[in-house]
Design a binder for this molecule. Structure first.
Ligand code: TXA
Ligand code: MG
Length: 342
């Protein structure tokens, strides 16, 4: 299939994209988190095409993207807590899980009786949604298992020739996928960390439960609350290893490794300036930048085929750092190396 790539999202290009979706085709588009691979959200055939294009297991449900928060009523049984969160965080990088209504096909929810809903804030995503009189089902627009796409180039790399259209829209501002939270009355459970942090969500409920599998490997037979979190994810081809220890010991360890051709080092700007070597990549000077550049850096290591192991200091878990930690730890399969104290 020939994939049409739109570099300038004009009114007429977006109307064309909306009509491709309406007719059952697939269109990738930018959101503020990562690029999404969109299909008609109420159409089983479109959901099947999404799973096939990504090579994604069909038990991993899709998020329905809406033009505005009040549309949730059409697809889910909402509640006062939903509206509290919607007032605070929508449009934005938050996905909520609610009991689904009949109109949502089982194929979209992977057979679950709940549905994931999100109102993206990116202007291109909003403009596209406003042109559709149906929700857009959209997982991240990567091949299943690869790092999520934060630039149009990444989508082209993974999906060119497999979908109808790609709307390019620069680098995604946030860079990690939306926070997923399930609502049960006044109780919230965090299923996937993102830019809406546990600290922010805690302002809206007495107690926020955090799915324990976000911070450690799955136990035997354990199922995470978001089915997609069970898969090895975000993984570059090389083995990622997290480094634990004091700042000085970590820097000393990275200095020992920096000249080895088969070793990649993923570090902060500060560490980058203290290191040399061809395979040292910095992903930023603070947690926001780390989130924004993490997936692009992992893809960059994939281009360097001689790199077999990537060492990265273990990220702090506060704020959006929890999302960075979760994605990197999953990429590493939770492999941690303790750098010895001297
Ligand atoms: O930022 C994002 O959320 C991006 C952009 C494109 O909006 N989308 C995204 O979709 O990350 P995806 O499919 O890559 O991740 C969706 C996650 C999966 O882990 C899936 O298992 C979970 O949401 N999910 C979907 N429906 C669910 C449900 N009813 N209950 C629990 N988890 C659900
Ligand atoms: Mg994904």
């Amino acid at each position: 299939m020939k994939t049409e790539i739109i570099y300038s999202p004009t009114e007429s290009a977006l109307s064309r994209a909306a009509s491709v979706l309406k007719n059952g085709g697939l269109v990738a588009f930018p959101t503020e988190t990562v690029y999404g691979l969109g299909g008609h959200g109420l159409c089983t055939d479109s959901a099947d095409k999404i799973y096939a294009a990504k090579g994604r297991p069909t038990d991993n449900p899709l998020i329905l993207h809406l033009a505005s928060a009040d549309e949730a009523e059409k697809y889910a049984y909402t509640c006062p807590m939903y509206y509290k969160l919607a007032m605070a965080f929508m449009p934005g990088p938050l996905t909520v899980i609610l009991p689904k209504k009949e109109i949502v096909p089982d194929r979209v929810t992977g057979g679950l009786d709940t549905v994931a809903l999100r109102v993206p804030a990116h202007p291109v995503a909003s403009a596209l949604l406003k042109r559709c009189d149906f929700p857009i089902a959209a997982p991240s627009a990567n091949t299943s298992g690869r790092p999520s796409p934060t630039e149009a180039e990444h989508v082209i790399e993974d999906l060119d020739g497999r979908i109808d259209m790609i709307v390019a829209g620069g680098s995604c501002e946030i860079g990690v996928e939306s926070t997923i939270v399930s609502i049960d009355g006044e109780h919230l459970t965090l299923l996937r960390p993102g830019a809406i942090t546990p600290e922010m969500l805690s302002c809206f409920c007495e107690e926020l439960t955090i799915d324990p599998s976000l911070e450690r490997p799955l136990l035997e037979g354990e199922r995470p609350l978001a089915p997609g979190m069970k898969y090895r994810h975000y993984a570059p081809k090389a083995q990622v290893v997290l480094l634990e220890g004091s700042e000085e010991d970590i820097l000393a360890f990275m200095k020992e490794q920096q000249e080895k051709a088969e070793i990649g080092l993923l570090c902060s700007d500060e560490q980058f300036y203290a290191l040399s070597g061809k395979n040292v990549i910095s992903y930023g000077k603070n947690q926001q930048e780390e989130a924004q550049r993490l997936f692009a850096c992992l893809r960059e290591f994939d281009r360097r085929e001689h790199v077999k192991t990537i060492y990265a200091p273990k990220p702090q878990k506060d704020g959006v750092g929890l999302a960075v930690y979760n994605r990197l730890a999953k990429a590493a399969g939770f492999t941690v190396k303790k750098v010895k104290e001297q």
